[in-house]
Design a protein around this ligand. Structure first.
Ligand code: GTP
Ligand code: MG
Length: 187
């Protein structure tokens, strides 16, 4: 049974690209959206994901887990190699959307802001996903949403709060992927 369009047989393949600091919850988001405990490896030791990982979902689309940026313990040459790998991927035309994950609890860091400017400059549809929303009260979350929108100069449609722990907005994100696939098919 295919509950979502993204579970239908493939007509078009798209990449949902996940960018964000190490430990922000990229692998956890993948696992929650595909309902698998360990499709993407999660870890408590930041920086474990060091390659560009493609996860095929229902033969219809891919999650692309970019290496966590801003991990201090990585050497300069390693960081340069990551950047080159990511740049090469982003410069190759493919249907895709970028989701930049940031921690809902904190003000975006300088690196988050730089990354946001860079990712938006590439001209690919872009969404901020604020992770670990379960760790905040409703009021705190509302406040943090305003902080994030202000700091990154985004409008509300470009932000989604999310929790891999309790599934908050999981369906909204899946619907977004469905819409994206449908839009592609009309072209
Ligand atoms: P790298 O692969 O190192 O870049 O990290 P990542 O972005 O893939 O992070 P990962 O999914 O491995 O999560 C890091 C830690 O945060 C793990 O201990 C997760 O259990 C925890 N975590 C991730 N998402 C959530 C969430 O929504 N809520 C809570 N409470 N914890 C989360
Ligand atoms: Mg990871």
């Amino acid at each position: 049974m295919a509950a979502w369009k993204s579970q239908y047989p493939p007509e078009l393949t798209i990449d949902i690209v996940l960018a964000g600091r190490s430990n922000v919850g990229k692998s956890s988001l993948i696992n929650r959206l595909v309902n698998r405990k360990a499709l993407a490896r999660t870890s408590s030791s930041p920086g474990k994901t060091r390659t560009l990982n493609f996860y095929s979902v229902n033969d219809a689309w891919y999650f692309v887990d970019l290496p966590g940026y801003g991990y201090a313990k990585v050497s300069h040459s390693e960081r340069d190699a990551f950047k080159k790998m990511v740049d090469t991927y982003l410069e190759t035309p493919r249907p895709r959307e970028i989701w930049q994950l940031i921690d809902a609890r904190h003000k975006p860091t300088d690196l988050d802001c730089q990354m946001s400017a860079y990712l938006r400059s590439v001209g690919i549809p872009y969404l901020i996903v604020a992770t670990k929303a379960d760790k905040l009260s409703k009021n705190e979350l509302a406040k943090q949403k305003r902080v994030i929108l202000r700091e990154l100069e985004l409008d509300e449609s470009q932000l989604m709060v999310f929790s891999a722990l309790n599934g908050m907005n999981k369906d909204a994100l899946l619907e977004r992927i469905d819409r994206y696939i449908s839009a592609g098919q009309e072209i």
